[in-house]
Design a binder for this molecule. Structure first.
Ligand SMILES: Cc1cc2nc3c(=O)[nH]c(=O)nc-3n(C[C@H](O)[C@H](O)[C@H](O)COP(=O)(O)OP(=O)(O)OC[C@H]3O[C@@H](n4cnc5c(N)ncnc54)[C@H](O)[C@@H]3O)c2cc1C
Length: 423
């Protein structure tokens, strides 16, 4: 083969660009490349979001690292997937809001699920036709999720579940949930847990939305009253639910840190540069300094994410997921505060938006306006809580990265049923 023939072999990136050129509405890519926001907003209206998410998944681009044999994915390594995700981000390609399914549910099923589960569950996650939620936190078990109290008792080939979960994002529209339950209260807390995929439409599941200060209701209380889960929907061995949960939590930190295929720097759904463009030139020296700092920190996050993906490629689960989760959360709060300060008094009033209960706030990718800036600011307060608080992230970094002594855990070795608890 000649050198010329080698250089003409289409790369995956070429294949994706060609596919986007065929599948996106005419003028989409040109408008993005030209930085023509007006034209892009016009073209954007021609795209049907739901059918687009399905087409993106069917072509394998929505979840490029997932095994291709289950109908979604291209079996790419993280480093091969990185330029794919960069192209999708560059062309502002809409992605499914099924971020819990794509970011955590799918990867957990791929690592711990049976063949039947992979065949049944993976493609609808990637296509966004079956939304997933994560049922870990309980009223008395958030940071200490291994202390949870929701019980499951075996009855033949099924488990009967009773208890309550809380802060369950997307539960109100979810078809499936990842749930950890206590199947053995007679052993220490980490050892008596099992992990299931639960049908959110099963009899006995009650979902009650919680309205937050943005006006959205993106998360819920979920009650389980004699809910039956087939044993075939268990992920991992009985009693080893904690080990499976670690897979989910590691993927959650990657997804929330922006190191995964979803997430990233955003102000009301728009990149940092867009915020700076909106206010260029920034004449106030202090605001200008903060803007420069934001730009630099954003670069640092990008580089750290690059290191994280290199570490994963070489098979090492480094601390970068926790580093970037911690840093990204605090960075985003600083950025949203900067956005509010740049808006000045305009940020005190904004037009009411339409129905915001159906989708989470971060899905909205409209142009920056006062409403999205304020919603972004209010929503960002949750960043240092969701997916593990910043205090817990610092504990993890202190203990696992810096080698500091572990914090005392008086309840770690005693049977869960003997641990003193309130309520
Ligand atoms: C927007 C949002 C979405 C969420 N979505 C989901 C979801 O989909 N599914 C789900 O299961 N959960 C979800 N959560 C719940 C989230 O995981 C918990 O809120 C979080 O883990 C903290 O738990 P907690 O709220 O019970 O607080 P607590 O654990 O009661 O913590 C209270 C305070 O004590 C501090 N603290 C606790 N333990 C320690 C310690 N050992 N050392 C130092 N400080 C400590 C914490 O940092 C915090 O400041 C969501 C939360 C938010 C805000």
């Amino acid at each position: 083969m000649t050198a010329q023939a080698v250089s003409e072999t289409p790369t995956l990136e070429d294949e994706l660009r060609d596919w986007l050129g065929r599948e996106l509405p005419d003028g989409w890519m040109e408008a993005v490349d030209a930085g023509d926001d007006g034209k892009f907003a016009e073209v954007r209206k021609e795209l049907d979001y739901d059918s687009w998410c399905e087409r993106l998944a069917d072509a394998g681009w929505a979840t490029p690292t997932w095994p291709a044999e289950y109908g979604a994915g291209r079996s790419l390594s993280p480093s091969e997937a990185r330029p794919i995700n960069e192209i999708l981000a560059h062309y502002k390609v809409p992605r499914s809001y099924n971020i819990i399914g794509i970011g955590m549910g799918g990867p957990t099923v791929i690592e711990h699920g049976s063949e039947e589960m992979k065949k049944r569950l993976l493609a609808p996650i990637a296509r966004g036709t079956e939304i997933w939620c994560q049922l870990f936190s309980e009223p008395s078990a958030g940071s200490d999720v291994a202390g949870l109290a929701t019980r499951a008792v075996r009855d033949g080939d099924e488990w009967i579940v009773n208890g309550q979960k809380v802060w369950t994002t997307l539960a109100h529209i979810a078809r499936w949930g990842m749930i950890i339950v206590r199947t053995n209260p007679d052993v220490p807390k980490h050892q008596g847990l099992s992990y299931f995929v639960v049908d959110m439409h099963a009899p006995g599941v009650t979902v009650k939305p919680l309205v937050q200060m943005t006006g959205d209701a993106e998360f819920n209380e979920v009650f389980f009253d004699e809910v039956r889960i087939p044993d075939s929907m268990r992920l991992g061995p009985e009693g080893e639910g904690w080990r499976v949960a670690i897979t989910t939590l590691m993927n959650e930190r990657v997804a929330l840190s922006g190191a995964g295929s979803v997430g990233g720097d955003a102000v009301g759904g728009s990149p940092v540069s867009r915020l700076l463009d909106r206010h260029r030139p920034i004449t106030d020296p202090v605001l200008r300094q903060r803007a420069a700092q934001a730009w630099m920190e954003n670069r640092v996050i990008g580089l750290t994410n690059g290191r994280a993906s290199a570490a994963r490629k070489s098979g090492e689960a480094g601390p970068e997921g926790s580093v970037t989760k911690l840093f990204q959360a605090e960075f985003n709060q600083r950025l949203q505060e900067l956005a509010i300060d740049l808006e000045g008094s305009d940020a005190l009033a904004w037009a009411a938006s339409g129905d915001r209960t159906a989708l989470p706030g971060w899905v909205h990718t409209a142009e920056i306006d006062h409403g999205t800036v304020v919603a972004g600011f209010l929503r960002s307060r949750a960043n240092t809580i969701e997916g593990g608080t910043s205090e817990i992230m610092r504990n993890i970094l202190g203990e696992r990265v810096l080698g500091l002594p572990k914090e005392p855990q008086v309840d770690r070795e005693i049977p869960w049923k003997d641990v003193l608890r309130s309520g």
